[in-house]
Design a protein around this ligand. Sequence first.
Ligand code: ZN
Length: 285
Amino acid sequence: MNRRLRHCLLAALAPVLVAGCGPAAGASSPGPDSPVAGAGTTTSAAASTSAPAATTSKAPAAVPVPVVVLDPGHNGGNATARSQINRLVPAGGITKPCNTVGAATDAGYPEHAFTWDVTTRVADLLRRRGITVVLTRTDDTGVGPCVDQRAAAANAARATLAVSIHADGAAATVRGFHVIEPALAPDGGNAAILGPSATAAADLLTAFSAATAEPRATYPGPLVHAGLTRRNDLAGLNLARVPALFIECGNMRNAQDAALLADPVWRARAAQGVADGVLAYVGRA
Ligand code: ZN
C-alpha cells in the first residue's frame, strides 16, 4: 500500500504519470482520438446508400477519468519536528506555518490519525468507482508536507476536485461538521475556482449529512449558513488552481463528537459521506 501511495504522490508532481494511479478500467479507456474497434464494420450495402455521416456514426468520445486529490490533514511526525513545521511558507498573499500538529480528543486520539484513516477509506471508495485518486502524503508517520506543497500537488495533478480532510479542535461545548469553501485569496490567485468550489461544497454538505447524520456546525465565525463557511486564510484554498474544499468532520474537543470520531464504524460512514459528495460533484453519483 505504501509503495502504491508513494507512487501516487510522485505522480502528483508529474502530471503525465497521474493516470497510472487509477484503476485499470478507467486508465485503459481509449483516448478521444483513438480509433474505436468495430465501429462501422457491420455497415450493410443498403445502409451504404445513405449519407456516409449517418452510417459511420462515431462511438461516444471516451470520458476522461476524474482525478481527485485527497489531503489528509497534518502528519504523525509533526509533533516531534516543530522547527520544521513552524517555518513560514507562501499561502496566497499571506504566509502560514508549513504545517501544524492538529487537534486531539481528550482521550488522546490525534487528528492526524483520524484524517489518515478517513482519507484512505475515501480513496478506496473512489478507486472502486473508477476515480483516479492522489494523496498528498504516503503514510501517517512522516513530517508535513507543507501546506503550500499540498496545494501544489493538487494543481500538478490537474485535479477535478481537491478535498482536505480534518477534524476540528473547537470549544468543548460545540459540535458538528462543516465544509470550508475558498473566498478570494489576498493575492487574488484563486478567483477562477470560487464558483466550482462552491458547487462542490454544496454537494459535500448534502452527502456528509446524509451519510453520518452529524449536525451541521453553527460555531465557526464566518458562516455562509449552518455547516458551511468561506475562508481566505488557508493555503490549501488560497493556492488552489483547481476546485478545492476543506471538511472539518467533527469537533475533537466535544465529548459527543469525540466518541464518534474515534469509532471506526462512524469513520466508515464519514468516508462514505465524503466519497458520495465527491462522486456527486464529478458526475459519478
Ligand atoms: Zn486539521
